[in-house]
Design a protein around this ligand. Structure first.
Ligand code: PMP
Ligand code: GLN
Length: 410
């Protein structure tokens, strides 16, 4: 194993997907819908595969023309700026590869990268293997009890103290996984001002952009004054169209940053699957035709998820958990410590309590969640230990089953 991976170990996904395959619990762990994507996208994909045969062959390396054109139109409207489809967009294998290209295309040995805890776990290993130095700052709950994701905040002084001349990049995930937090304008302005002061670039992971619950508003940091030129924004077809298995993502931003990502891309993946890109383009074109109407999938999905969020929050509270109510996305974290006396944590050997709790739950009451300490750097893992993350983009009957399991146990 090369030096750059010697610190890395099996990720929480590798471990918990295997656990789910082995014990077959009700799976509220890894985030994916257990019901079909909208039929116009799945139909587009099957039509494409059986239509023009050339769409089963290679396409343009940095993004299939029909898709980058559709993305330029969609984001052009959302950020109110003309986007050059061929120079300011890069299509990648999921948001994952956009993150990888953004990090590998910019982070050099000794560069510092700021990440916000809890963070989507792959940021850490990507930065480290690229030779970067991780500087982590934790969002902390500012209230107790059943609170909102908005109550998780950064300490502005602590954030400021992380910036210096070695800082290359900050990765900002809004709407946030796993908290469901939507960063507000004051928080974004604080980050933007520090980035401008220290000449730092932003990687904005916005894969949950279309799942924001009223009255919250998703603000793209690239739209703040002076931020376009230093921001790469990342999206995901898997999240946008509820088809996580498509593993199709993209980045948009100024050409000088996208070009650096293209270099990584052409030397690793080179080109993404053509039929998926064509189908995603058809999906976006259809959404563009009904963009701000209530039928828009981007609007209806958020409404649907809000109902599921409320249902889950309710059954978690009734069964002894203290959830943080998310403002967006499809994950909810909940403090499980009032239930500690009902769990035999000594039957598991993991270092962190939330791993023991979630494994015990999977094996003994057949309900799987994700241990949030996976989303913290080692010195801060204790901050995640009292929580579990559950995914609620599930059929109502699945959520009802989860409620029944917990009620019977409680
Ligand atoms: N970023 C965040 C915050 C995520 O939750 C995910 C989960 N899928 C990704 C990136 C990766 O997205 P994709 O499946 O499109 O690679
Ligand atoms: N983003 C999803 C989650 O947080 C999937 C993670 C993965 O498969 N790596 O659950």
């Amino acid at each position: 194993l090369p030096k750059r991976y010697q610190e890395a170990s099996e990720s929480v996904w590798v471990e918990y997907v295997a656990l789910a395959l082995k014990y077959k619990p009700l799976n509220l762990g890894q985030g994916f819908p257990d019901y079909p994507p909208p039929s116009y996208v799945t139909k587009a994909l099957s039509d494409v595969a059986n239509g023009d045969h050339l769409l089963n062959q290679y396409t343009r390396g940095f993004g299939h023309p029909r898709l980058v054109n559709a993305l330029a139109k969609v984001y052009g409207q959302l950020i109110n700026r003309e986007i050059d489809p061929f120079n300011e967009i890069l299509v990648t294998v999921g948001a994952y590869q956009s993150l990888y290209n953004a990090i590998y295309g910019h982070v050099d040995h000794g560069d510092e990268v700021i990440i916000i805890e809890p963070f989507y776990d792959c940021y850490y290993d990507m930065i480290k293997s690229a030779g970067g130095i991780v500087k982590a700052i934790a969002l902390k709950p500012t209230k107790t009890g059943v609170i909102s994701s908005a109550d998780w905040k950064l300490d502005p002084k602590e954030l400021e103290s992380l910036f210096n001349e070695k800082t290359k990049m900050i990765i900002l995930n809004t709407p946030h996984n796993p908290l469901g937090k939507v960063f507000n304008i004051e928080e974004l302005t604080l980050i933007a001002d520090l980035c401008k002061k220290w000449n730092v670039m932003v990687v904005a992971d916005e894969v949950y952009e279309h799942m924001v619950f009223e009255p919250n508003k998703h603000i793209r940091i690239c739209t703040l004054p002076g931020m376009w030129e230093r921001t790469i924004t990342i999206g995901s077809a898997g999240k946008t169209f509820s088809a996580t298995g498509w593993k199709l993502g993209w980045s948009y931003g100024p050409n000088n940053l996208i070009r650096n990502m293209q270099l990584v891309h052409q030397n690793s993946v080179y080109t993404c699957a053509t039929p998926l890109q064509e189908a995603a383009a058809i999906g976006f074109e259809y959404e563009l035709s009904r963009f701000n109407s209530s039928e828009s999938f981007f609007k209806s999905l958020a409404v649907e998820l809000k109902g599921k969020r409320d249902f889950m929050a309710n059954f978690l509270v009734q069964n002894g958990f203290e959830p943080t109510i998310p403002e967006a996305g499809y994950f909810m974290i909940a403090d499980w410590t009032h239930l500690a006396n009902k769990v035999d944590l000594s039957s598991e050997t993991d270092e962190y309590k939330d791993y023991r709790f979630t494994k015990w739950m999977t094996k003994n009451i057949s309900l799987q969640g994700i241990p949030p300490s996976a989303f913290y750097t080692k010195p801060h893992k204790h901050l995640g230990e009292n929580f579990v993350r559950y995914c609620y983009i599930k059929k109502d009957e699945t959520l009802q089953k989860a409620a029944d399991i917990l009620k019977q146990w409680y």
